[in-house]
Ligand binder design. Structure first.
Ligand code: ADP
Length: 475
């Protein structure tokens, strides 16, 4: 099959979170099964150009119809760790992808509607006719709409679309001007409830809803989250739409790329190790401690949090866990970045407050290389999310022998099985700690159990960690 992935991220070139990991890892995995995979991405000024090989212009004069006129674009082509990528660069005053960041502009809807339109024009004009187009999240939600309503009348009638939702929170809501910009035009038609009209805002058009309504197959990133999306509030108002399109909606668990995430070969860590040579893991802990000027106390477990500092990730519990760990003889390392200014300020305040503590470090920002070393060094990784469509950090933690302590929601339920209480898996298949309530007592009790096992039954703790390493969460 010939498959084209169209997305706003692809790791490690463009990565803000799990979407980037998934687009890259899934492409590799599908290609290794004998399919042809290409990727279409925006050409951001701030992406990691050092991870692209042989970047050259592949299509010089792409004219994209936009707002009743045309925008001149170039399409560049290059290899991102073996994956063939096409990067779309518009030449217009709006500088859609030259902002120094990926997301967070006031005109994000216009930026990604333009990207979607340009991707369709590129496929059309470069005569690319994939069997399957795989679109991701709200940024590409208009692609299924445009394919069905416009491009199938221009020779793209046999293309089929898979649409994957990684996070329901961001849906892309825009006004009627988006129709004019993309050339979809017919306002009364698209404002119908069955089409793109937002389920709550009668004046809004919802990109993600468009993706759900028009794609041939829709999925979210874990079976449990697919259930939650239909029957609890985590689909942010799209539950009824999913119910109406239930026949083509499901949950498929993400994987992680086992070449990128492999403690036996990882070039960012100090010492390679495996479940069989688990004693080498501690050398990474030592290296991280030296780098961050931590005290070197064998009895102290190192607990890590790596992730976006966002409400979704349970920041109030992350904050509480930091102090609880310190009060209970553990060390805490946090690597995260916040886009919301209140949360950002809060964690900068904490960072300054804890600056001289030899058992704690808060690294605020995005640092892929450091993330690898932290997974290798940590004894436990913490994922106390309010909701979590799939979650990759617990899977990476498992792979690196860092025992996950997670809240029992979404994909975390599908991947972490409580050492003491899981009733579906025998003790030899359990791999972490799970708590359910989103309050301090719940997280404290899970942390007590993990820290207690580490301190008083180190052999049992090692058994739990190596058991986790045995899990296959590859694609
Ligand atoms: P998200 O909701 O952000 O997609 P996931 O758990 O699915 O969460 O994926 C998070 C990915 O991003 C993981 O690969 C994690 O290691 C990485 N990550 C998150 N925050 C940072 C950061 N500040 N620095 C480096 N890597 C990060």
């Amino acid at each position: 099959m010939y498959i084209v992935q169209i997305a706003s991220e692809c790791a490690p070139v463009i990565k803000a979170g799990g979407l980037g990991d998934v687009v890259y890892g899934l492409s590799r995995a599908v290609e290794s099964r004998g399919h042809t995979v290409e990727l279409i991405l925006p050409m951001y000024d701030c992406m990691r150009y050092d991870h692209i090989w042989g970047l050259h212009d592949a299509y010089r004069d792409l004219w994209v119809p936009w707002k009743g006129s045309d925008i001149h674009c170039s399409v560049f082509c290059g290899g991102a760790h073996g994956q063939l990528c096409f990067f779309i660069q518009p030449h217009s005053g709006e500088n859609y992808f030259d902002r120094g960041y990926y997301y967070g502009a006031v005109d994000d809807q216009m930026r990604f509607a333009f990207f979607s339109k340009a991707a369709m024009e590129f496929l059309l004009k470069a005569n690319k006719r994939p069997d399957v187009m795989h679109c991701h999240d709200w940024q590409t939600g208009l692609i299924p709409v445009m394919l069905y309503e416009m491009y199938r009348f221009h020779g793209m009638e046999s293309q089929r679309i898979a649409y994957t939702i990684h996070n329901f929170k961001h849906q892309g809501i825009a006004g009627a001007d988006i129709l004019w910009a993309t050339g979809l035009n017919n306002e009364p038609y698209y404002f119908q409830y069955e089409k793109l009209r937002d389920n709550f805002n009668p004046f809004g058009l919802n990109f993600m809803k468009g993706g759900i309504v028009y794609a041939n197959h829709v999925n979210t990133v874990s079976p449990h989250h697919a259930w939650e999306a239909r029957y609890s509030g985590v689909s942010y108002g799209l539950g009824h739409t999913l119910e109406m399109h239930n026949y083509k909606f499901g949950g498929i668990l993400n994987g992680i790329d086992y070449t990128t995430w492999n403690p036996e070969t990882d070039s960012f860590i100090s010492e390679h190790y495996s479940a069989e040579a688990f004693q080498n893991k501690v050398k990474n802990k030592k290296a991280l401690r030296e780098r961050l000027l931590f005290s070197d106390d064998k009895d102290k477990p190192l607990i890590a949090f790596i992730g976006r500092l966002d409400d979704q990730k349970g920041v109030h519990l992350v904050h509480h866990a930091t102090y609880y760990a310190l009060e209970h003889g553990a060390q805490f390392i946090l690597l995260g970045s916040a886009t919301e200014s209140g949360i950002n300020r809060w964690f900068w305040h904490e960072k300054n407050h804890l600056n001289n503590n030899p058992d704690c470090h808060l690294e605020l920002g995005f640092n892929e290389e450091l993330a690898h070393l932290i997974y290798a060094a940590a004894d436990m990784v913490m994922v106390p999310s309010n909701y979590e469509p799939c979650g990759l950090t617990q899977m990476i933690g498992l792979r690196y022998g860092a025992v996950p302590i997670v809240r029992g929601v979404g994909g975390l339920i599908n991947t972490v099985f409580d050492r003491d209480y899981d009733s579906y898996h025998p003790p030899t298949e359990r791999n972490g700690y799970v708590f359910f309530q989103s309050d301090f007592n719940a997280i404290e009790s899970a942390m007590d159990r993990a820290i207690g096992l580490y301190r008083y039954y180190p052999e049992e703790f090692e058994k739990l960690a190596t058991q986790g390493m045995g899990y296959d969460n590859s694609w």
